[in-house]
Design a protein around this ligand. Structure first.
Ligand code: NI
Length: 183
């Protein structure tokens, strides 16, 4: 097992549609193990395979309610809406306010290749939506209504200092890519 390198925006793999996993093999289970290890080492609550350079529809999530490993996950149902602050291990300098469905039902395969269905609310619902977005090349900065730049020495929990003006990152700060073009 190994801790994998986390790809940072604007690496092209983060914008690619990840491939369906045709069969849950030992290779996929090893990927799951390494993704979990990598997520824990980075103190993240979720990780999608494209973030470690693997274009496969595989995600891991742990928001403190138990580890979830899903292959070929799909959102079956979503309800309500909720706006909260979000970050991403692939975009470490920024946080954003993102509106998501308040609750979702997700189906996918577990590491045994069996179909599982997960009903989630709150942070778990948010994390699942964020990770499934990664499989479609979508990042939280695409959905954020406000983006905040983390300041050095700022706590990782995303608290913004009072009186600090929120700013959208300029194209140069995020690697020269202008997402408003949709290209
Ligand atoms: Ni992310």
């Amino acid at each position: 097992m190994a801790i994998l390198e986390i790809k940072h925006y604007p690496e092209p793999i983060l914008r690619a549609e990840a491939r369906i996993v045709p069969k849950v093999t030992a290779t996929v289970r090893k990927l799951l193990d390494e993704m979990v290890q990598t997520m824990r080492a980075a103190e993240g609550v979720g990780l999608a395979a494209p973030q470690v350079g693997v274009s496969k529809r595989v995600i891991v999530v742990d928001v403190g309610e138990g580890l979830i490993e899903l292959i070929n996950p799909k959102i079956e149902k979503k309800e309500g809406s909720e706006t909260a602050m979000e970050g991403c291990l692939s975009i470490p300098q920024y946080l954003g306010e993102v509106e998501r469905a308040a609750s979702v039902t997700v189906i996918g395969l577990n590491r045994e290749g069996e179909e599982v269905r997960i009903a989630a609310t709150g942070l778990l619902a948010r994390a699942l939506q964020h990770e499934i977005d990664h499989l479609n090349g979508i990042l939280f900065i695409d959905r954020a209504t406000v983006i905040y730049e983390k300041k050095p020495g700022q706590p990782e929990d995303g608290q913004i200092g009072e009186g600090e003006a929120p700013t959208k990152p300029s194209a140069s700060e995020t690697g020269g890519r202008d997402d408003s073009t949709g290209s």
